[in-house]
Design a protein around this ligand. Structure first.
Ligand code: ADP
Length: 643
């Protein structure tokens, strides 16, 4: 688990870094660095190969190591870069260890071929280089109270803490009541911390030509109170001691302390040693920060994942819940952490999988009010030592895929069925006519030809429906708006449809900017359906409702069960088993109507009562000609005034 594993690596690194500053045994520290690298990169074997006088020699190993590990280490030393090797079912990775710019060895880890994290390896290679580059603490520096003071500097794992504590320790050990640290930043230096010095004075002094000399000396430098810069900084009664901060062969900055008297030889040795430790502590803080960044990156990767992800510990309590999972399971984010997961996921099968022993993938339907289909995968989370820490659940939204599968299946079924019926009729009558035309009565011939014609019409309609569906599916067609008198449109439709259709209109003409052909298509289909499902009268009404127009088609048919209504406007929906379903029809008509109405920004619905009848209605907003919906038609956009 990310949290556990990384706090483990943090501890390992911290142990090494503390040891570096407090003067712990080199061999032990190198071993610690190696163990840390193996654990945090999820490796199995580790080798720290040193380069001494041109020959390689193992400095630390976790046990017997394979050939690939050794090869990787040698590869990193000779190339000066991250080296990877694999073979015989194992793989290894090695990072060179440098002191300054010189390669002094390589840190290699080997595993069973799983992915290991090279970023982590480089952190521990840096830690090993800190161990190898430090100087043994001087005798004065080894005094327990001095070591303790110095160790407190490195106890800070943040740069800011190290900066503050070093001035505390300098005061305690050397009586320095004032001082400052300047750190290298890009090409220049920046004062990072000051004590006992007025910032304005520091700024003033920094303009002095000799100020630079104070900060660039390559080794300890003592300036008397008479030095112009020193005098300017601390009223001329203190001596300045400048100490370069070097770690790992790199110059990090400069420490300037103001003391009452010039230091004697012992104090100088102590001051030099102290500055080495401060530099190491600063370098450790940098390493530590990089480790923290890696942890943060990991957490942010999980949190930024679009897939819902959650992790439970071995006692089935929530440890990580990303945003997508919080939303899906309605969990209160971080407040839920540490709580048992049981009863929180809203799916028994999912909880059984997560709380069970075995890994697995299942398909579940989750979320209210519109459930979606997910593939849920549960895997164990193990610590770098292989111990069981918990389980992780990752969900993959399959809704679109499943919908597409369903559409394909429906499509094939409907097309298969709808093509076969008219084709059978066509074939049958054509065969009959071919064989027996001359012996058939005129009436019989006419009946056969009519059947052929209606089958051809049916096939044509099916084809047209499919073409319309594919056009609205792939890309929204542009509307070509014109002012249409919807009352007149209703009347024309009624005339075409026959006597059973009546029109009821308000007295005032209802005119709206719509795509005439598309609205005509919708109205015609609703009227067709009404005529198909009822023997009685059908009425079209057109009403003006402020910002929208509502057109309704009312029949006295058998009505539709209210539970079926929401599905009417879906693709391929025919109400199976209902008395209203006549032979034929593709179940595409109302779906096409919905899409065409929605293209106008309108809505279509149905009110129906079983045994009483149905009212199919659609509303259209009163668009203007330059509405954004009217792509392709001339608009006011982009035209110059007066054009
Ligand atoms: P089709 O194109 O096959 O006619 P529709 O999408 O137009 O399909 O209609 C879907 C289903 O809705 C029909 O199969 C029918 O069961 C039902 N339906 C449509 N209009 C009416 C109506 N006026 N009265 C009763 N049922 C209807």
């Amino acid at each position: 688990m990310a949290v556990e594993a990384s706090s483990e690596s943090t501890e390992q690194l911290q142990r090494v870094l503390r040891g570096v500053v407090s003067g712990a045994d080199t061999a032990k520290l190198l071993h610690d660095a190696l163990r840390g690298a193996v654990a945090t990169t999820k490796g199995r074997q580790g080798l720290l190969l040193g380069l001494v006088d041109g020959a390689t020699t193992p400095l630390a190993a976790t046990g017997p190591v394979g050939r690939v590990v050794l090869d990787a280490a040698e590869g990193a030393i000779s190339s000066g870069r991250l080296a990877r090797r694999s073979g015989e079912g194992a793989s290894a990775m090695a990072e060179p260890v440098r002191v300054g710019t010189t390669i002094v060895g390589a840190l290699a880890v080997g595993g069973d071929g799983r992915r290991v994290d090279p970023g982590m390896l480089s952190l521990f290679a840096d830690a090993a280089s800190l161990v190898l580059s430090r100087r043994p603490p001087s005798a004065a520096m080894s005094a327990p109270e001095v070591l303790e003071a110095v160790a407190s500097v490195s106890a800070g794992v943040e740069r800011a803490q190290v900066l503050v504590r070093q001035l505390d320790v300098a005061e305690k050990l050397f009586g320095a009541r004032a001082g400052f640290v300047a750190l290298v930043e890009g090409e220049g230096m920046r004062v990072a911390q000051a004590r006992g010095i007025d910032v304005e004075r520091l700024r003033g002094a920094s303009r002095h030509p000799e100020f630079k000399a104070l900060l660039t000396a390559p080794s300890l430098r003592v300036d008397p109170p008479s030095h112009p810069v020193v005098a300017q900084l601390v009223d001329g009664v203190e001596t300045a001691v400048g100490l370069p901060l070097f770690a790992d062969g790199r110059r990090l900055g400069h420490l300037v302390l103001f003391v009452a008297q010039a230091p004697d030889a012992t104090e100088r040795a102590l001051l030099t040693s102290f500055s080495t430790h401060v530099a190491l502590a600063l370098r450790s803080a940098d390493l530590y920060r990089r480790l923290g960044d890696k942890e943060e990156q990991l957490a942010s990767v999980v949190h930024s994942m679009a897939n819902p992800v959650l992790v439970v510990d071995d006692a089935s309590r929530l440890v990580i819940v990303n945003g997508a999972a919080s939303e899906l399971f309605r969990l209160a984010g971080t407040f839920e952490l540490g709580q048992p997961v049981a009863g929180k996921l809203g799916s028994e099968s999912l909880e059984a999988l997560l709380l069970g022993e075995s890994d697995g993938d299942i398909e579940v339907s989750l979320g209210e009010p519109a459930p979606r289909v997910y593939r849920a995968a549960v895997r164990p989370v193990r610590s770098s030592q292989g111990g069981r820490l918990g389980r992780v659940l990752v969900l993959d939204d399959l809704t679109k895929e499943r919908e597409a599968d369903q559409i394909k299946a429906d499509f094939v079924a409907v097309i298969g069925h709808e093509l076969r019926t008219p084709l059978t009729v066509l074939k049958g009558f054509v065969q009959t006519l071919t064989k027996r035309w001359t012996t058939m009565s005129d009436d019989a011939v006419e009946t056969a030809l009519r059947s052929i014609d209606s089958s051809a019409v049916r096939l044509e309609r099916l084809l047209e429906d499919l073409l319309v569906v594919s056009s609205v599916e792939s890309r929204a067609p542009a509307l070509s708006l014109e002012d249409v008198d919807l009352g007149r449109l209703a009347r024309t439709t009624a005339e075409v449809a026959g006597e059973r259709v009546q029109v009821r209109l308000s007295r005032k003409a209802v005119v709206a900017a719509v795509d005439r052909t598309k609205v005509e298509q919708v109205l015609l289909h609703l009227v067709d359906n009404a005529l198909k499902y009822t023997e009685g009268q059908v009425e079209i009404t057109v009403a003006d409702e402020d910002d929208r127009v509502v057109v309704s088609v009312v029949d006295e048919g058998p009505g539709i069960f209210s539970g079926d209504v929401p599905q009417l406007f879906e693709r391929f929906r025919q109400l199976d088993g209902s008395s209203t379903r006549p032979a034929g029809g593709t179940g595409l008509g109302l779906y096409i109507c919905r899409r065409l109405v929605e293209l106008h920004g309108g809505r279509i619905w149905c009110d129906s009562r079983l045994g009483v009848g149905s009212r199919f209605a659609f509303s259209l907003p009163k668009l203007t000609h330059d509405s954004p919906l009217t792509q392709g038609s001339p608009t006011a956009f982009g035209q110059l005034p007066g054009q």
